[in-house]
Design a protein around this ligand. Structure first.
Ligand SMILES: [Zn+2]
Length: 163
Protein backbone atom coordinates (compact mmCIF):
# COMPACT_ATOMS: atom_id res chain seq x y z
CA UNK A 1 0.00 0.00 0.00
CA UNK A 2 1.27 3.49 -0.77
CA UNK A 3 0.78 6.45 1.55
CA UNK A 4 -2.59 7.46 0.07
CA UNK A 5 -3.94 3.93 0.21
CA UNK A 6 -2.71 3.58 3.76
CA UNK A 7 -4.59 6.76 4.67
CA UNK A 8 -7.84 5.32 3.30
CA UNK A 9 -7.18 2.06 5.10
CA UNK A 10 -6.57 3.91 8.37
CA UNK A 11 -9.87 5.78 8.01
CA UNK A 12 -11.91 2.58 7.65
CA UNK A 13 -9.97 0.05 9.71
CA UNK A 14 -11.85 0.74 12.94
CA UNK A 15 -15.35 0.42 11.49
CA UNK A 16 -17.15 -1.84 13.94
CA UNK A 17 -19.20 -4.88 13.13
CA UNK A 18 -22.84 -3.69 13.35
CA UNK A 19 -23.75 -6.69 15.45
CA UNK A 20 -20.66 -7.26 17.56
CA UNK A 21 -19.26 -3.75 18.07
CA UNK A 22 -16.06 -4.94 19.75
CA UNK A 23 -14.95 -6.41 16.41
CA UNK A 24 -13.68 -4.22 13.61
CA UNK A 25 -13.68 -4.80 9.89
CA UNK A 26 -9.97 -5.64 10.15
CA UNK A 27 -10.46 -8.09 13.03
CA UNK A 28 -12.91 -9.99 10.86
CA UNK A 29 -10.61 -9.98 7.84
CA UNK A 30 -13.21 -8.37 5.57
CA UNK A 31 -10.87 -5.93 3.76
CA UNK A 32 -8.91 -7.66 1.00
CA UNK A 33 -7.16 -4.60 -0.44
CA UNK A 34 -7.20 -0.84 -0.90
CA UNK A 35 -5.89 0.32 -4.24
CA UNK A 36 -5.61 3.59 -6.10
CA UNK A 37 -6.90 3.10 -9.65
CA UNK A 38 -6.49 6.31 -11.70
CA UNK A 39 -8.69 8.86 -9.88
CA UNK A 40 -10.49 6.44 -7.62
CA UNK A 41 -9.81 4.26 -4.66
CA UNK A 42 -10.98 0.71 -5.06
CA UNK A 43 -11.65 -1.14 -1.85
CA UNK A 44 -12.03 -4.87 -2.21
CA UNK A 45 -14.02 -6.61 0.48
CA UNK A 46 -15.18 -10.14 1.04
CA UNK A 47 -18.52 -10.31 2.84
CA UNK A 48 -18.83 -12.50 5.89
CA UNK A 49 -21.78 -14.82 6.41
CA UNK A 50 -24.37 -14.30 3.72
CA UNK A 51 -26.93 -15.48 6.29
CA UNK A 52 -26.04 -12.53 8.48
CA UNK A 53 -27.50 -9.46 6.75
CA UNK A 54 -26.26 -7.06 9.42
CA UNK A 55 -22.70 -8.02 8.61
CA UNK A 56 -23.10 -6.93 5.03
CA UNK A 57 -23.72 -3.41 6.22
CA UNK A 58 -19.98 -2.85 5.98
CA UNK A 59 -20.26 -1.53 2.45
CA UNK A 60 -22.56 1.33 3.49
CA UNK A 61 -20.44 2.03 6.54
CA UNK A 62 -17.23 2.23 4.50
CA UNK A 63 -18.75 4.69 2.03
CA UNK A 64 -20.25 6.82 4.78
CA UNK A 65 -17.06 6.91 6.85
CA UNK A 66 -15.00 7.99 3.85
CA UNK A 67 -17.57 10.56 2.78
CA UNK A 68 -17.56 12.03 6.30
CA UNK A 69 -13.80 12.40 5.84
CA UNK A 70 -14.18 14.12 2.50
CA UNK A 71 -13.37 11.10 0.33
CA UNK A 72 -16.03 10.28 -2.21
CA UNK A 73 -14.03 8.90 -5.14
CA UNK A 74 -14.43 5.39 -3.83
CA UNK A 75 -15.54 2.14 -5.39
CA UNK A 76 -16.26 -0.99 -3.47
CA UNK A 77 -15.66 -4.29 -5.14
CA UNK A 78 -16.98 -7.45 -3.63
CA UNK A 79 -14.86 -10.51 -3.99
CA UNK A 80 -16.65 -13.79 -3.28
CA UNK A 81 -13.79 -16.14 -4.13
CA UNK A 82 -12.19 -17.35 -2.00
CA UNK A 83 -15.19 -17.20 0.31
CA UNK A 84 -14.80 -15.62 3.71
CA UNK A 85 -14.06 -18.02 6.50
CA UNK A 86 -13.79 -17.67 10.24
CA UNK A 87 -10.16 -18.77 9.75
CA UNK A 88 -9.47 -15.17 8.72
CA UNK A 89 -10.40 -13.82 12.12
CA UNK A 90 -7.32 -12.74 14.03
CA UNK A 91 -6.46 -14.25 17.40
CA UNK A 92 -6.97 -10.79 18.82
CA UNK A 93 -10.50 -10.84 17.38
CA UNK A 94 -11.22 -14.21 18.96
CA UNK A 95 -10.03 -12.91 22.31
CA UNK A 96 -12.27 -9.83 21.99
CA UNK A 97 -15.25 -12.05 21.14
CA UNK A 98 -14.66 -14.13 24.23
CA UNK A 99 -14.36 -11.03 26.43
CA UNK A 100 -17.66 -9.87 24.93
CA UNK A 101 -19.34 -13.11 26.05
CA UNK A 102 -19.42 -14.95 22.73
CA UNK A 103 -17.42 -18.16 22.36
CA UNK A 104 -15.12 -17.74 19.34
CA UNK A 105 -14.85 -20.29 16.52
CA UNK A 106 -12.91 -23.29 17.82
CA UNK A 107 -11.69 -24.91 14.65
CA UNK A 108 -10.03 -24.08 11.37
CA UNK A 109 -12.31 -24.92 8.47
CA UNK A 110 -9.16 -25.32 6.38
CA UNK A 111 -8.40 -28.39 8.49
CA UNK A 112 -9.30 -31.24 6.17
CA UNK A 113 -10.76 -33.22 9.06
CA UNK A 114 -13.19 -30.48 9.94
CA UNK A 115 -16.87 -31.19 9.32
CA UNK A 116 -19.19 -28.17 9.48
CA UNK A 117 -21.35 -28.26 12.58
CA UNK A 118 -19.32 -31.03 14.21
CA UNK A 119 -16.94 -29.39 16.62
CA UNK A 120 -14.25 -31.76 17.80
CA UNK A 121 -12.81 -29.34 20.30
CA UNK A 122 -14.86 -28.39 23.31
CA UNK A 123 -16.67 -25.07 23.09
CA UNK A 124 -15.49 -23.18 26.15
CA UNK A 125 -17.89 -21.11 28.24
CA UNK A 126 -16.87 -17.44 27.85
CA UNK A 127 -18.13 -16.73 31.39
CA UNK A 128 -16.43 -19.33 33.59
CA UNK A 129 -14.07 -20.99 31.02
CA UNK A 130 -15.57 -24.41 31.71
CA UNK A 131 -15.35 -27.00 28.92
CA UNK A 132 -18.52 -28.64 30.18
CA UNK A 133 -20.94 -27.06 27.72
CA UNK A 134 -23.73 -28.28 25.49
CA UNK A 135 -25.42 -27.02 22.37
CA UNK A 136 -29.05 -25.99 22.88
CA UNK A 137 -29.76 -24.90 19.31
CA UNK A 138 -27.92 -24.71 15.97
CA UNK A 139 -29.11 -21.12 15.72
CA UNK A 140 -28.52 -18.47 18.36
CA UNK A 141 -29.48 -14.79 18.19
CA UNK A 142 -28.50 -14.88 14.49
CA UNK A 143 -27.86 -17.60 11.92
CA UNK A 144 -24.09 -17.28 12.29
CA UNK A 145 -24.21 -18.25 15.93
CA UNK A 146 -25.30 -21.36 17.79
CA UNK A 147 -26.82 -21.26 21.24
CA UNK A 148 -24.93 -23.11 23.95
CA UNK A 149 -25.37 -23.56 27.63
CA UNK A 150 -22.70 -24.06 30.24
CA UNK A 151 -23.27 -27.03 32.53
CA UNK A 152 -21.02 -25.48 35.15
CA UNK A 153 -22.32 -21.92 35.60
CA UNK A 154 -25.66 -22.67 33.84
CA UNK A 155 -25.36 -19.53 31.72
CA UNK A 156 -26.50 -19.71 28.10
CA UNK A 157 -24.12 -18.16 25.56
CA UNK A 158 -23.66 -17.67 21.83
CA UNK A 159 -21.03 -19.59 19.94
CA UNK A 160 -19.70 -17.99 16.76
CA UNK A 161 -19.83 -20.93 14.36
CA UNK A 162 -16.98 -21.91 12.08
CA UNK A 163 -17.53 -21.53 8.39
ZN1 LIG B 1 -19.84 -21.26 32.46
Amino acid sequence: MNKEEQHIYDLIKDIPDPEIPVLTIVDLGVIRKVERVSDDFVITITPTYTGCPAMNQFEDDILKTLKDNGVSNVHIETQYEPAWTTDWMSDNAKQKLQDYGIAPPQEKTSDKNYIIGKEKKKVICPQCKSEDTKMISQFGSTACKALYQCNNCKEPFDYFKCI
